[in-house]
Design a protein around this ligand. Structure first.
Ligand SMILES: Cc1cc2nc3c(=O)[nH]c(=O)nc-3n(C[C@H](O)[C@H](O)[C@H](O)COP(=O)(O)OP(=O)(O)OC[C@H]3O[C@@H](n4cnc5c(N)ncnc54)[C@H](O)[C@@H]3O)c2cc1C
Length: 145
């Protein structure tokens, strides 16, 4: 018997499981349909090797009327890490107008800095651990905004 059962060990599922299991009194079960990492997962430039492989759910949209009725390929990761195991690791900072529009619609968390929100825990950790050095230049530039 577990306190929490999380279905899907993708980006969200892994973070959720990690945070919940920080409490040693809590039991967490994380279920994943795919397998564990393969070598290509650890090579960012090889992400395209995951496409159409057994690590891909290989989904497709319904025929899209605005795409001349075509059905579009929708890759989704199947395995530990989920789609983050096959993504391109691109990071794009949100446009300030998006945050401001969400705030205008009532989301109090969004508008504060209009695209210059404080980094979350993952971003802060990446800033500290990059290449194993204490390289905080980028993080500091971001937070001093
Ligand atoms: C090809 C590709 C490239 C991308 N490139 C980028 C990028 O460069 N930058 C970026 O920021 N984002 C990128 N993304 C998007 C990003 O990877 C996803 O938005 C993110 O990983 C989604 O996280 P998630 O937890 O919602 O889902 P996923 O990470 O997809 O996790 C879902 C998990 O649930 C599992 N699952 C599903 N059904 C079941 C079931 N019934 N039982 C058990 N397990 C199940 C799946 O196998 C999977 O592991 C890319 C995505 C793809 C597919």
């Amino acid at each position: 018997m577990h306190d929490y059962v999380i279905v899907g060990a993708g980006s969200a599922g892994c973070v959720l499981a990690a945070r919940l299991s920080e409490d040693p009194s809590v039991s967490v079960l994380l279920i994943e349909a795919g397998g564990s990492d393969r070598p290509n997962v650890k090579i960012p430039a090889a992400f395209a090797k995951q496409l159409k492989s057994k690590r891909d759910w290989d989904l497709a949209t319904e025929p899209e009327p605005h795409c001349d009725g075509r059905s579009l390929y929708m890759p989704r990761g199947k395995g530990l890490g989920g789609s983050s195991s096959m993504n391109a690791m691109l990071y794009v900072r949100g446009h300030p107008l998006d945050y401001e529009t969400w705030a205008a619609g009532g989301d109090q968390r969004s508008g504060r800095a209009g695209g210059r929100r404080r980094p979350d825990r993952g971003q802060a950790a990446a800033g500290r651990k990059r290449d194993g050095r204490q390289n905080r230049d980028c993080l500091d530039a971001w937070t001093s905004g």
